[in-house]
Design a protein around this ligand. Structure first.
Ligand code: ADP
Length: 474
């Protein structure tokens, strides 16, 4: 199949979160299964590293009509790991610091979403499947149906839209409708929702299939607690909504070869792991002690990630013989609150206020437990990386956390972590005590749950097959 994967970011060129990871890994896996998958993203000239910028070749240019505007769209290309990437160039829109959060994001991403269709003759690639992701590219299926379907080459293109996080929908005032989108009257209802222009709603309406990044999240978003207002739209279209869980790139996240680690290890040389724990303790100036578990969080410090639960019972956790290191940046209220704990528990608690992948690897490899009590979690990659590096996850049973962390069953010796259901700090504490008790008193069980996690296959192959299955039925 010919697949064009449309995203606002994709590794290795540019990656700010989970979407970039997925867009960097899934196309490679689809190609390994015999497809021709190509990726198209904006050309962020200020943000893409020079080493990658230098590999790009110019193909040509065209113009994109956006309301009353006519905007230049250049196309650059490169091949990485056998995947062809296209980058859409327009310096006015994309030569800036930062990918998101500009005053004219509606216009920037409407431009990109339309450019994807406009450049197809230039790149001579009309895909069987146009796979769009999140609100930034949600208008591509809308523009396809409204402006391009009359062209013969566009008639057989099937469309898919994947929701990585429903919180961000691309909601704007009605003025963008005529000024930017230029949609005719008959098509405006596709993107109108609750008196706003809502890009994501347009994608859900127009795409032939809608997916989210885990099966549980696909069900959860039908519920107002999780849907950020879109439950009625999704409920009407449940027939075309599917969940496919993300994987991780096993070659990138590999404790046997990861250069960031103090000492590499595998499930067969698990004893080497302790060097990473010692290294981390030394790095953040915590006393290392043999029998004391080290718990980690590596996360954006936001409400979504369950920081309120953690803060509510952090004193109680730290009363036990346990050390905690949190790596993350985010809302100042969480940063400040956590910093205060650092002063009160100088031998037990550290906050590393940074976004640093090198330290993240070290912490995944050096911690014994990994806490992730999210309020909602579309898929979550951190808990998967933690298991791959032998840090036992303690998670809330929501979204992808529920689908990837099977609770440990001491009788059968199955499962990979410790879990709790309700979004409540004492339920979380209960799960932490179960993990703590196992670590302290039942060494064999601890080894079992840890090695179960280390041995599991988190690669993309199974998920890529599921995507193909859905593509084929479109
Ligand atoms: P989300 O995309 O909602 O932030 P995910 O768990 O899906 O959460 O993905 C987060 C990714 O970002 C993981 O790869 C995680 O290791 C990484 N990450 C999060 N915070 C940091 C940090 N402070 N430093 C380095 N990497 C981080």
């Amino acid at each position: 199949m010919k697949i064009l994967y449309v995203a606002s970011e994709a590794g290795p060129f540019i990656r700010t979160g989970g979407l970039g990871d997925v867009a960097g890994a899934l196309p490679k896996e689809l190609n390994a299964l015999g497809n021709d998958t190509r990726v198209i993203i904006p050309f962020y000239k200020e943000e893409i590293k020079e080493a990658y910028r230098n590999t790009l070749k110019y193909i040509g240019s065209t113009y994109v009509d956006l309301g009353w505007r006519r905007q230049y769209a250049g196309v650059f290309t490169a091949v990485v790991d056998g995947v062809i990437y296209y980058l859409i160039d327009n310096e006015y829109y994309f030569k800036r610091r930062g990918l998101y959060g500009h005053f004219d994001d509606a216009e920037r991403f409407a431009f990109f979403s339309k450019a994807v269709l406009e450049v197809m003759p230039l790149i001579e690639f009309y895909p069987d499947i146009l796979h769009c992701n999140d609100w930034h590219t949600a208008l591509t299926p809308v523009f396809l149906d409204v402006f391009y379907r009359w062209g013969q080459e566009y008639q057989n293109i099937r469309t898919m839209f994947t929701i990585h996080n429903i919180e961000f929908q691309g909601k704007y005032g009605k003025e963008v409708m005529g000024d930017i989108l230029g949609l005719p009257d008959w098509a405006q209802s596709l993107v109108m929702y609750q008196d706003c222009v809502n890009f994501m709603k347009g994608g859900i309406e127009s795409a032939e299939a809608v997916t989210t990044v885990s099966e549980t999240y696909a069900k959860e978003i039908m519920d107002p607690f999780y849907s950020y207002g879109l439950q009625s739209i999704l409920g009407q279209r449940s027939y075309k909504i599917f969940g496919v869980v993300n994987g991780i790139d096993n070659t990138v996240y590999n404790p046997e070869t990861d250069k960031a680690l103090f000492k590499n290890f595998s499930v067969k040389s698990l004893k080497n792991r302790v060097e990473n724990k010692k290294g981390i303790c030394e790095m953040v100036n915590l006393p290392y002690s043999d029998g004391t578990p080290l718990m980690a969080m590596i996360t954006r410090l936001t409400e979504q990630k369950g920081l309120d639960l953690v803060l509510a019972v952090l004193d109680e956790i730290l009363a036990a013989d346990i050390q905690i290191v949190i790596l993350g940046t985010g809302d100042w209220k969480y940063e400040n609150a956590l910093q205060a704990f650092e002063q009160r528990y100088p031998t037990k608690f550290r906050l590393i206020r940074a976004f640093n992948m090198d330290i993240a690897s070290k912490l995944y490899a050096g911690s014994d437990m990994f806490l992730m009590p999210s309020k909602f979690e579309p898929c979550g990659l951190s808990q998967i990386i933690a298991m791959r590096y032998g840090s036992v996850p303690i998670v809330r049973e929501t979204g992808g956390l529920k689908d990837t962390v099977e609770p440990y069953n001491p009788e059968k010796g199955t499962g990979v972590g410790f879990t709790f259901k309700t979004y409540n700090s004492y339920d979380m504490l209960d799960a932490i005590w179960r993990a703590y008790g196992t670590y302290m008193n039942f060494k064999d069980d601890w080894k079992k749950v840890q090695t179960n996690g280390l041995k599991k296959d988190y690669g993309w192959k199974n998920s890529a097959k599921k995507y193909l299955e859905i593509y084929k039925n479109l």
